[in-house]
Design a protein around this ligand. Structure first.
Ligand code: SF4
Length: 343
């Protein structure tokens, strides 16, 4: 059976490639074609002999994903990609163009076990984790299709990244390596619903990427309505994990807070959020709160909050010295905004 090259770390590929060449510099050239020159076919490896290219083609796979649908937002140019895997499963990724800093929002699982009530990905039953290669290939395919370089990566697509821990950390190593993707740690954001031990482990491994904590609520009752499956982690555990991450890595963290009308958007909630952040030593210039007005998805009873309520919420946080940002929905017309990456 052919090996999927992107599933292998460089060390693993070097071992696997020993059977096709004993020349280290050739192996390094191949790695360069895969990760730096980002060739999508072995035929493009022009400084490698035809014979070796044919052998590579017989033994390895360079791509396994197929773009089966592509929708472009008429509002902001955001592009939503639907990918099909080799075992005929489907998931999504989003290209977010911006002058000088294009980003991608990628998926880590097919479906999501967290089942956030406001998110259409959460309505898709977990099929499986995406492999290391399938996660990296999303970036390569989007760059190739958009003919643009990507310099920012958001792990905010389908799935909870920390539940696919080994593949995600292997991907982070590749993204950060100057011999592979070479993306700066400040340009990578990993979002988590708050799997506290995994967040602590990420802090200890010291990748130093930005962390986005999906808090979304100020008390357990509220949170349960929004995130039915929180794996037993309480708000307290999540904020303590955030505090640990901040202290250990010094990297900026964002507290993600989806505002849903009548659930968590009133003035008292804003004050409670401030108190929670203060209590967990998260009133800090390196902590930012992102307010995300709920983006409508199919089959939900949730409503988008009034603009006035969003502004009021923001002002209270701001008056308490919190850096706060209202996140504008990108690609809302093509269901590519936050929480809309479902089938
Ligand atoms: S918001 Fe994230 S964690 Fe929640 S269901 Fe959607 S993809 Fe899963």
């Amino acid at each position: 059976m052919k090996k999927y090259i992107l599933d292998l770390t460089n060390a693993q590929f070097k071992t696997a490639a020993k059977s096709i060449t004993d020349q280290d510099y050739r192996i390094n050239q191949i790695i360069e074609w895969v990760y730096v020159k980002k060739a999508s076919s072995f035929a493009d490896f022009t400084n490698i002999s035809k014979e070796l290219r044919d052998t590579l083609d017989k033994r390895f796979l360079l791509r396994t994903l197929k773009i089966v649908k592509k929708e472009k937002s008429m509002i902001d140019g955001t592009v939503r990609y639907a990918f099909q895997t080799i075992d005929k499963k489907y998931f999504f990724a989003v290209f977010l163009p911006a002058k000088g800093k294009n980003s991608v929002c990628i998926s880590s699982q097919i479906g999501c076990p967290v089942m956030c009530a406001f998110c259409s990905s959460g309505k898709v039953k977990l099929a499986r984790n995406l492999s290391r290669g399938e996660i990296l290939e999303q970036i390569l395919q989007i760059e190739n299709d958009a003919k643009e370089k990507v310099s920012g990566v958001l792990f905010m697509g389908m799935g909870e990244p920390t539940l696919n821990f080994n593949n995600i950390t292997s991907v982070l190593n590749s993204l950060l390596s100057s011999k592979e993707f070479g993306i700066g740690k400040r340009h990578i954001t990993l979002s988590s619903v708050g799997v506290a031990p995994a967040i602590k482990k990420l802090a200890d491994d010291n990748f130093g990427v930005r962390l986005a904590l999906s808090l979304h609520a100020v008390d357990e009752k509220q949170r349960k309505k929004l995130i039915p499956n929180n794996f037993g982690f309480k708000i307290e555990d999540i904020l303590n994990a955030g505090k640990y991450y901040l202290k250990k890595t010094g990297s900026r963290i964002t507290i993600e807070y989806i505002l849903v009308k009548g659930i968590n958007d009133v003035v008292a909630d804003a004050h409670k959020l401030t108190r929670l952040l203060r209590h967990h030593e998260l009133l800090n210039p390196d902590v930012q709160v992102n307010l995300i007005p709920f983006n409508p998805v199919a089959d939900t009873q949730f409503k988008t909050p009034e603009q006035g309520a969003v502004q009021k919420f923001k002002n209270i946080l701001k008056l308490n010295g919190i850096t706060v940002n209202i996140r504008q929905a990108k690609g809302a017309d093509i269901s590519a905004a936050c929480g809309q990456l479902g089938y």
